[in-house]
Design a binder for this molecule. Sequence first.
Ligand code: GLA
Length: 411
Amino acid sequence: MKKILITLCISAITFLGFAQGNTRTQELGKYEGLAMTPPMGWNSWNTFGTNIDEKLVKETADIMVSSGMAAAGYNYIVLDDGWMAKERDENGNLVPDPIKFPNGMKVLIDYVHSKGLKFGLYNCAGTHTCAGYPGTRGYEYQDARFYANLGVDFLKYDWCNTAGITAKEAYTTMSNALKKAGRPIVFSLCEWGDNQPWEWGKPVGNLWRISGDIYPCFDCEFKHPENWSSWGFMKIAEMRKDIRKFSGPDHWNDFDMMEVGNEMTTIEDRSHFAMWCMLASPLIAGNDFRKMKPETLAILTNKNLIAVNQDKLGIQGFKLTVEDGVEVWVKPLSDGAWAVTFLNRTELPKTINFDWKKHPIKDADFGFEADFAKNTYQLQDLWKNKSAGSTKKNFAASIIAHDVITLKLIP
Ligand code: GLA
């Protein structure tokens, strides 16, 4: 009898333990509400790769504030791959590279916070990061505590060296670990869209990459010798235009860090920025602020375009039509208005003569409509910041190769 009672007690305790465990697992998941509009900031990777250090971060933070970037909405400074030493310490903790960051990470993060900015770090779900530094696999809860103790606000979590694990599980584990660590940290999934994160990522992270890496070109594919490709910004826009219904406040399709100010022409930079705004992509600059030209700053801080990106409806725009190589992208906005971008995808100058009445807009994913035969909208040119007539007349303009015109249609 005693034996039976003991067995019963053990079973009950085990059952309760499991039940509790299950309940707790369900309660975890991402920190909600940290990215109700697409996150804006700066990331080191596109320009600096692993050549990052304390001086670069401090100078970038200083310029983020002094240049007006912070006032325009850019507030995350994110260190990508290369911030760590090659080995964990004897307790298994991550170690910032002592040469690049001689004063450690805490002092630097405090500095960034003192400027009114937020700070992000990078790691990877695999055994090692893409550049070969210690990955988080098997250390999820320990690393999450490490970030929380440092005061990190954003974690970009990559997908190299992940043989044998599944993306949904690996990202869910890290999401739970971050929540458990108790500090609100924006969780940025970076598995390149290989495992359709838009289908399972909403309770897990605040944004997810939807493609392989960006390349500073308009429409090219750059083939790396190791058999993978990086993509021009229009290639990325095109390849993921059909998953827009999965993106929205606090769960964004991430079209990758921007290449504005890197190797493209100013015209192409403008188109790139306009597209990222139309697509409601996170706006993470990837240029060297210390060498930023005035025209680059003007593009990145364009208030009208940023308002399109940060619109609280949070709807990813879509391609309405193409006429003679000029694409027309549209995005519904919260005040009943629409953003419309004409983009010349060709290598030649083009003439636009757009008859609004022939192009009613129907957003099948979100249920918005604009019928220009019934309703007239006033046009505001968002780059020139001036009125451009109304939808009563055809919209007539010339547009050089790779350029954009972005209008706001106000009912
Ligand atoms: C992957 C990511 C990039 C960058 C590098 C770092 O390629 O997609 O954005 O983080 O790794 O190694």
